[in-house]
Design a protein around this ligand. Sequence first.
Ligand code: DGT
Ligand code: CA
Ligand code: CA
Ligand code: ZN
Length: 571
Amino acid sequence: MKNREIAKILYDMAELLELKGENRFKIIAYSKAARAIESLKEDIEDVWRQGELKAIPGVGKAIADKVREYLETGQIQSYQILVAETPPGLTELLQVQGMGPKTVALLHDKLGVTNIDQLEQAALQHRIRRLPRMGATREANILKSIDRYRRRSTRIPLYVAKPIVDQILDYLGQIPGLEHITVAGSFRRGRETVGDIDILATSSSPEAVIGAFVQMPSVEEVLGQGPTKASVIVKETVQVDLRIVDHRSYGTVIQYFTGSKEHNVKLRGLALQRGYSLSEYSLKRVATGEELYFDREEDVYARLGLPYIPPELREDRGEIEAALAGKLPRLVELQDIKGDLHVHSAWSDGLGSLEELASAAQGLGYQYLGLCDHSPSVGIAGGLSEERLQEKIAAVEKFNQGQDGFRMLAGTEVDIKADGSLDYPDRILESCDLVVASIHMAQNQTEREINGRLISAIENEHVDIIAHPTGRLIGRRDPYDVDLQAVLEAARGTGTIMEINAHPNRLDLDDHWSRVAKDMGVPVAINTDSHAPDQLRLMSYGIRVARRGWLEAGEVVNTRPLTDLLPLLDR
Ligand code: DGT
Ligand code: CA
Ligand code: CA
Ligand code: ZN
């Protein structure tokens, strides 16, 4: 299917148009269409052959023509022109934290900056501070961001690894002789990024499985290959290790290669206290040399006198002590979730009507959905004027009249402005069922300013949830300067809910801060921030974070049925 390719080009076009300073409706149109095509279930080529391109939401005539051009000729001329017109380093500049399209365009126009080296020179020579809206602080911040960008990690975000893992498991699952297969390592522990992917399998014919593995079409390089193991590179930078192991040791092997290393070190220490030497092959009684084999991981823990420890907890953050004391949490699961409290719709920059979103939500077994479109100052995201928000609230009310057992909550994602005020007056917020507040603008303020903004939002009685509390984008943008401890303390005082944003680029709160929130008794919601109905499925990424943060279902507000949730939103 060419859906992803085409979506990628349309996203690129939106970015390039933004760099060019094109009008925002045009930019929104491209990103909306990109999102629609990305989440399209049918093959876009089939849709085109049936003459139905324009039936895709967000795809008008101009974009349909470009899609057709791509399918017919393999390229889009206006895209080629845009690319040719844009100096190549300019798009890379967007990857530097704090460099949005407006800033990049400004630096390009005024100082002729077209790449990172030139940006650094301009900052070092203090040419940036003299430009409008810049100043010495921003100039210094740019230098810091360049440094961070150059040191950025080569770890792969979990959502990039996920489809690779799924595809490999699927592929190897069809090789004759393969018996069991599982993914281990940081992927299984649900870390937000993984260094490499570790796959374990048992097979009656290891060499055939290894042979098939190194010949997978996606393999770009074979780093090493032996009779029972191999390492390959896929997708340019992603290393995948496969080990074929003895079935009788499968349990200890999975335990060992799931890690973390720190968890394993502590577990081996405990094993020694109990008179065993634990390795990937077996548990050996030190006194007699007798070896015990386990093909199930649970049995390894059980033999050491421990309950099963879920992989997400295995970071040596107190899980072995808790297990010994019988105090492991009963971690929240995807099936516990009863609704999503931060979802965008076609009322602003999302795709999907109320009906489409509700039907996707009900397909997941949800009882409610919090419809939170942007507020006016987030113009690029189609933020709603007060009048439009009122219209939306009325539309939601009408929609709910036809519902049985499902409720759409009329909400907003109100922007916390640079001065700490909210982007709608209180009387408007009061008329919403649900108010999610978040920071989008002026993210390079000082810690004091950012904290002041978040805390004044928390102290507004109409605000129910603080969304993506640190603003970080994994691998792309660091958190803004924020003292989360102080923010969480304020939230505990008011009972304001903190979000774990499940969007795989954000995962914010992260696992560490989720655990802090739990320990402080701050309520947490896991929300997808979906911009299309099928993105509701991203919930599973947020669940991983919550589990790594030791959260139980009772500590996550959107595991509550609607009737128990509503009083919480009506503080
Ligand atoms: P990553 O790939 O950097 O995201 O992290 P992991 O945890 O997947 O680490 P990786 O791929 O180096 O190794 C997979 C697992 O194998 C690791 O979690 C625990 C185990 N392991 C690897 N090296 C050692 C070691 O030196 N000692 C112990 N105890 N376990 C190890
Ligand atoms: Ca790994
Ligand atoms: Ca590895
Ligand atoms: Zn949002």
